[in-house]
Ligand binder design. Structure first.
Ligand code: SF4
Length: 395
């Protein structure tokens, strides 16, 4: 962002090391009793942006016009920008800038760099972005180390071109396609690396169209995304052909309650997982970020029991798990402490092992013995409590 507070809304958020896939109003959402797994009796909690802007190029795109119409039908005004500059995002303080940006939705055309897909190990062959940014307020947010400007949520208007371009990547995967144990998934496309799809679907309709695209793509392909929301009603009954795997990012009660502001309660996410599984979707768990808090065995045991209850009786269940421990980088720590200065999130370098990521960046992970203890426990606990669940990876 420029010092005068002007943001290029068509520029991508600057990205460092790709975060793990995952893995809004800001107030804390209490997590209901994990045993209460009946589908939510109340309507899904939906994000209402305080400000919506659209670039001229975005409104020229059919999907951009669809998003604008959808947003206006919800009673929100769409500010039509003269160019690709967005002003008025910067506040007096970093917190204020954060709050303004988090309340803003920008309808833009995806930058060319986003249209050249990158591998996204260990989740999928390719990363495909339909949006960038997220309205939730997780204090460990994976996006924190990847942003250089205010965290405005950008949704891409050129969806039709993005989806049409995926055919070029068929059979060219470097991650799942090369692993014998995951070969059955075909060429995989991860669509939640820099956003949370279900946080935005009611405003964009983008992921629904993506599911239909993959449903009609008669080839060994899979669309994947993970979410901390539960608004799945519009996905039930879609012709998905089993080519979309929706994973729900879940955590134990203390982590979800303390650190995942603005997201759906975990029991609602599990009820949503059940709904999609009953609708024939392959589903999954993204257990992330795993933290060895006091009493972690008991807390994660309670979570896995709730998962077990949520999938009981689902015919032909296809359930996977991706297990991701908490980590941070010097950059993400600095950003997160700016956003959440009073956070109780442990980010103590002295208590961690220092590692280098694939791109040479430093990251801090739990020490080897802690990792080993966690991994051994999760492997055994999942096998015992959710025996039909396939673990895709641990990291
Ligand atoms: Fe970040 Fe939470 Fe949104 Fe995921 S759901 S992108 S962790 S704020």
């Amino acid at each position: 962002m420029r010092p005068d507070g002007v943001v290029d809304v068509d520029e991508p958020l600057a990205v460092g090391v790709p975060p793990a896939p995952h893995d809004a109003s800001g107030e804390r959402v209490p997590t209901r009793d994990l045993a209460g797994l009946a589908p939510p009796a109340r309507p899904a909690r939906r994000w209402t942006p305080r400000r919506v802007v659209a670039t001229p190029a975005a409104l020229d795109q059919p999907h951009g016009a669809r998003i604008a119409a959808r947003v206006e039908a919800l009673g929100l005004e769409v500010e039509r920008l003269r160019g690709n500059r967005l002003t008025g995002v910067r506040g007096e303080t970093e917190r204020e800038t954060y709050a303004r940006a988090k309340g803003t939705l920008a309808i833009v055309v995806s930058p060319p760099s986003r249209r050249r897909l990158q591998p996204i190990a260990p989740s999928a062959d390719w990363r495909v972005d339909l949006a960038e940014g997220c309205p939730a307020h997780c204090q460990y947010c994976y996006l924190a180390g990847s942003l250089t400007g205010p965290p405005v949520t950008r949704v891409y208007a050129d969806l039709d071109d993005i989806l049409a371009g995926l055919a070029d990547y068929l059979g060219r995967g470097t991650v799942t396609s090369r692993k014998r144990e995951r070969a059955g998934e075909g060429t995989t496309f991860e669509a939640s690396c820099y956003t949370d799809p279900l946080a935005l679907e009611h405003l964009t309709g983008s992921w629904r169209r993506a599911v239909e695209h993959f449903g009609g793509w008669d080839a060994p392909v899979q669309l994947r995304w993970t979410t901390k929301y539960a608004d799945v009603g519009t996905f039930v009954g879609l012709p998905h052909a089993g080519r979309t795997r929706v994973r729900f990012s879940v955590n134990c009660r203390p982590v979800a309650e303390r650190f995942e502001g603005g997201t759906a309660p975990v029991p609602d996410r599990l009820a949503a997982l059940r709904r999609l599984a009953l609708a024939g979707y392959p589903v999954g768990l993204t257990v992330a970020p795993i933290m060895p808090l006091p009493g972690w065995r008991e807390h994660y045991g309670e979570l896995l029991d709730a998962v077990s209850a949520a999938v009981t009786g689902v015919p032909a269940l296809d359930l996977t798990a991706e297990l991701i421990t908490h980590r941070f980088t010097p950059g993400s720590k600095e950003v997160l402490l700016g956003w959440y200065p009073r956070t109780r999130l442990e980010m103590d370098e002295a208590a961690r092992s220092r590692k280098h990521g694939r791109f040479g960046a430093v990251k801090y992970v739990y020490p080897r013995e802690v990792m080993s203890e966690l991994r051994t426990w999760f492997t055994a606990a999942l096998a015992e409590r959710v025996p039909g669940c396939r673990v895709l990876y641990w990291t």
